[in-house]
Design a protein. Sequence first.
Length: 477
Amino acid sequence: MKKILFTASECTPFVKTGGLADVIGSLPQALIEAKLAEVRVILPLYDEIPAQWKEKMEKVATFDVKVGWRDQQATLYTLKHEGIVFYFLANTLYFTRKGIYGYYDDGERFVFFSQAIIDAFPYLDYTPDVLHAHDWQTGLAVAFAKVAPPTPNLRTVFTIHNIKYQGMMPHQAFDDLFQLPLEHFAGFEWNGMINCMKAGLFHADKITTVSPSYAEEIKDPYYSEGLHTILHQRANDLSGVINGINTNDYHPSKDPHIAVNYSHSRVKKKDNKEVLQKEFGLPVNRDVPMYVAISRLVEQKGFHLLERILDEFLQEDVQAIVLGTGEHEFEQSFSHLAHRHSDKMVTLLKFDEGLARQLYASADFFIMPSMFEPCGLSQLIALQYKTVPIVRETGGLKDTVKPFNEITGEGNGFSFSNYNAHDLLSVMKYSLNVYHNSDAWPRLLKNVNKSQFGWKESAKAYADIYDSFVDAGNNEE
Ligand code: ADP
């Protein structure tokens, strides 16, 4: 079995700000359970990681890592969780802080982390065949592995979870933070800056992203965030593999966070709605359609469209809940909307896993009108909780949500194509019509109930990529 070392900046159940954590927390397990690969995972040891995990970690080694001309100390810990070996790299200067991102020296923090991964290889007590790195924070690990391989046959995969975030630093960082000859500069530079994502894209043996549609979209300047040229250059090595979710963990029949467990029962789902309405002071009405959004409150997620149309949509007999944190502008506007429509809408400005699950369980509709969406896990979680997604047709949303068609009876949600507020409004009004249509609604729910987004097929697709290397390596021998 191939030995794979995953690396990323977040992973459930240890630390999470978004979907990346869910993927790193569930794909290794899927690969291992299907006996497709032996996967271990290496992560930064943030202060943020709860003590319950830290207490169980064992120290493996302490070693120096060169960050430019300086030596920084890394301490490697390990922990076995649900059969998976996790490694954590600790350094007080870089990771003993509040939160996990958003610091002026994030670039340097992940230079350290990426170099420390390479330097940790002698202490891992297994020899990975493939280093599989995810997003810009670990793009440099792929680059460093290529420039100075820690083991002779190591191959690399780099997965783009969101091309918007690239990890850029002034070009002086090349001299200041790396220990590399100048001939390598071009592989790290993009538009006059050091760009960690570009470095990953340039150096990786294979590149994947998290849906087939996004793999196509990012070759277009509208979606590429400036990186289309390199993606065209690497097009033969780029593919899209749709994300899955851990359907054991996200399951309404056994989720301990929700008030009433259910499988398909709409009656029990409405029990959850009632609990939520009572908790947040909304009029208790089991039959009123409830629309929710659970998300980072950022432009990407289409909140400009939603804030435009909610005043009008809330004239209907509906309820809406927004759960999220993010940009000040959206926190303000959604708080004001909830204030103006206090009998119909609630805005909750926090990150709360348990509450998110109670919302998925209680809602009838999940709103996700993203401007772009590499894959999106929230719509998959919504479907898993039998909640109908309303999405814009982009990236992974397009690949996972098919618009309901009353004539053919096909489709598991609602969607619209143009990034336009009125198109969102009309599709939301249409969803309301379907909700009240006693013939169409059950047909839609039947399709929702059948939607499944586990890891089975996608884990196999990743294993095929890993296998292609091993085969190539064997042929060379
Ligand atoms: P992204 O990774 O771009 O933020 P995804 O849809 O891929 O978007 O994943 C978002 C994940 O974060 C989902 O598991 C979602 O339920 C969770 N999430 C987002 N906002 C919150 C919040 N305020 N509280 C709890 N969970 C949240």
